[in-house]
Design a protein around this ligand. Structure first.
Ligand SMILES: C[S@@+](CC[C@H](N)C(=O)[O-])C[C@H]1O[C@@H](n2cnc3c(N)ncnc32)[C@H](O)[C@@H]1O
Length: 310
């Protein structure tokens, strides 16, 4: 799909370019904040799976830049934002970048070093594996990424803090909900208006971090296994009827964002140019600097060249 055609079919893609966001995902975090006020009182944040960086931009614009320009701000008073991704990303003001794998145990240590002994008020995770299109498989891999995020949460989030994580809805959603409820008394699954209805994506908004008494992060997996394991596994397998009848788990599910605003599944005409000239599509704000598909493109180019040379 060309840029101009995508501008019509994806209003949030166009708006992202107009407002200087690196990805349309920025609107998802903004709409979650509109509904849940997640940035209130936040001084330290971890952005997991942050590249190309639109959520980090939101954090910088909402938290860092206003504090920096505020006349009352003393040195050391500005929010601390640490962003992690497997991929490098170009700099964002007020954001410390760490290149790393969130499933690696050392990653939490890298975050802790930056926080200098203090803990985060908010952890956000928009992590997504390369989607295969096989829903069960994608949901499973996604849930593993959330559990990696939860592991980091147990090391770096302060009591009372919040955790926002992308989920893929599927047959293990109830299991995931029950696991998150072990640590957060309030868990809501939210679908921002900018997230397409056709996508199985939603976001777990987990509030008021309260780990069980005596909890140690090394016990996390044992604790989660007590609740259950993904479909095909043991006791709380959600497809086996365990969560039916009196055990049924009702998951609070909320559509969020300005519901009278743009619909991500609708096409909108290009805006009229003021001088009557034809519509000019803008370039993306910041293309990924080392996307995972870069190698594939290089191989394709080399193969086309060798065919031409033959
Ligand atoms: C949907 S993108 C995130 C978009 C980002 N929130 C933004 O607003 O620009 C998903 C990201 O997850 C990252 N990711 C996937 N698995 C990861 C892992 N194990 N550790 C760190 N990052 C990971 C990918 O590299 C990718 O950049």
């Amino acid at each position: 799909m060309g840029k101009a055609s995508r501008d019509k079919r994806d209003i949030y893609y166009r708006k992202a370019k107009e407002e200087g966001w690196r990805a349309r995902s920025a609107f998802k975090l903004l709409q979650i904040d509109e509904e849940f006020n997640i940035f209130q009182g936040v001084k330290r944040v971890v952005d997991l799976c942050a590249a190309p960086g639109s959520w980090s931009q939101v954090l910088s614009r909402q938290l860092y830049l206003p504090a920096k320009s505020s006349a009352e701000s003393k040195e050391g008073d500005v929010p601390l934002i640490v962003a992690i991704d497997l991929q490098p990303m170009s700099p964002i003001e007020g954001v410390i970048q760490v290149q790393g794998d969130i499933t690696n145990a050392r990653t939490a240590q890298l975050v802790i070093i930056h926080f200098d002994g203090s803990k985060a008020d908010l952890v956000v995770c928009d992590g997504a594996p390369d989607v295969t299109g096989l829903h069960d498989m994608d949901e499973f891999v996604q849930s593993q990424l959330i559990l990696a995020g939860l592991t980091i949460v147990t090391h770096v989030l302060k009591e009372g803090g919040k955790f926002i994580a992308k989920i893929f809805r599927g047959k293990d959603t109830s299991l995931l909900y029950s696991q998150l409820k072990l640590f957060f008394p309030t868990v809501t699954f939210a679908k921002p208006k900018s997230s397409r209805n056709s996508s199985i994506e939603a976001f777990a908004v987990c509030e008021n971090y309260s780990p069980p008494e005596g909890f140690h992060p090394r016990d996390l997996h044992r604790l989660l296994e007590k609740v259950g394991s993904p479909s095909g596994g043991s006791h709380l397998d959600c497809s086996s009827g365990w969560l039916e009848g009196p055990n049924k788990v009702y998951i609070p599910f909320l559509a969020c964002g300005d519901l009278t605003g743009y619909d991500s599944d609708r096409s909108y005409p290009h805006p009229k140019e003021a001088d009557g000239s034809s519509y000019q599509s803008m370039d993306p704000v910041q293309p990924p600097i080392a996307p995972p598909y870069k190698r594939a493109l290089e191989l394709k180019k080399a193969s086309a060249q060798s065919i031409r040379d033959a």
